[in-house]
Write a protein that binds this ligand. Structure first.
Ligand SMILES: Nc1ncnc2c1ncn2[C@@H]1O[C@H](COP(=O)(O)OP(=O)(O)O)[C@@H](O)[C@H]1O
Ligand SMILES: Cc1ncc(COP(=O)(O)O)c(C=O)c1O
Length: 263
């Protein structure tokens, strides 16, 4: 049997995040990965490494989803950056076209370089059309605030409350990530499943954000689910995997370090 892991996400031109990080994670964890590209994010080295955002046309996204789902019996998918309401619509339609055992959503909300107005439309479209289709959703602190409507999240209790509110939008499992943003010495994530709450904490490795951490965590959960793990075990394994990748992070010439997946 082949453990198939599918990802629908953006390409990040320096390879640190997005679909490149997802596919490296699938490979490192022994899942067979394939992907559909929704947009390209290309940092601009001549302009303080600001984001340049290029959406892929909706018909091209639809064609990729059609080919991937025709070629293989896929039942586990990770959703990463979508970027525009039109992309969200076409991906939601693709998701609804067949049953899934798990839809793991990393709700990447903003990409710098987008118009704030457009970003709000995108947030609303994601909440309305994709969040309800997800079985597992993995918001970071910023996304947890936006999706829960809670302005302040500074404690594990508040992070848990935010996860519960996000659960009300549809997904059974919410992994709310405190990361480096939640005060304290540990990088704390909270997994909420029904009434059950599991706190996953590891010592923070440095204090700076590491590019690709969120992508890697959600992709690792997806790979483990593809291999047949239950959600609790998949999240625990993914947390170990991303922590190891952050410890071994890679520095290049861009002003951010990136997760190194696997050995
Ligand atoms: N410096 C760090 N040390 C240890 N774990 C971290 C660190 N930064 C992030 N993490 C963990 O990496 C995962 C991704 O979190 P985060 O970086 O908050 O996501 P995102 O990339 O979506 O903003 C979470 O499990 C988080 O707790
Ligand atoms: C295409 C794409 N997806 C996802 C992300 C989010 O990455 P991270 O895992 O660092 O949150 C980025 C960030 O630049 C991106 O460019």
């Amino acid at each position: 049997m082949v453990d198939l892991a599918y990802v629908i996400a953006g390409s990040e031109a320096t390879g640190g995040a997005g679909i490149q990080a997802d596919l490296r994670t699938f490979q490192a964890l022994g899942a067979f990965g394939l992907g559909t590209v929704t947009c390209v994010v290309s940092f601009d080295p001549a302009n303080d490494w600001g984001h340049r955002f290029f959406p892929v046309p909706a018909d091209v996204i639809a064609a990729q989803i059609e080919a991937a789902t025709a070629a293989y019996a896929l039942d586990v998918v990770k959703i990463g950056m979508l970027g525009t309401p039109a992309t969200i619509e076409v991906v939601a339609e693709g998701l609804r076209s067949q049953p899934w055992r798990h839809v793991v959503l990393d709700p990447v909300l903003i990409c710098k370089g987008q118009e704030p107005g457009a970003a709000l439309d995108t947030d609303n479209a994601l909440r309305e059309h994709v969040v309800p289709l997800a079985t597992v959703v993995t918001p970071n602190l910023f996304e947890a605030r936006a999706l829960s409507g809670m302005e302040t999240i500074e404690t594990v209790e508040q992070l848990t409350e935010a996860a519960r509110r996000i659960q009300q939008l549809g997904p059974r499992y919410v992994v709310a990530k405190g990361g480096v943003e939640l005060p304290g010495d540990d990088a704390v994530d909270v997994l909420v499943d029904g009434d059950e709450v599991t706190v996953l904490a590891t010592p923070k490795v440095g204090r700076a954000r590491v590019a690709g951490a969120g992508c890697t965590l959600a992709a690792a959960i997806t790979a483990e689910l593809a291999k047949g793990a239950e959600v609790g075990a998949a999240v625990a394994r993914a947390k170990e995997f991303v922590t190891a990748g952050i410890e071994r992070r890679v520095a290049g010439r861009a002003p951010f370090e990136v997760v190194r997946q696997g050995a």
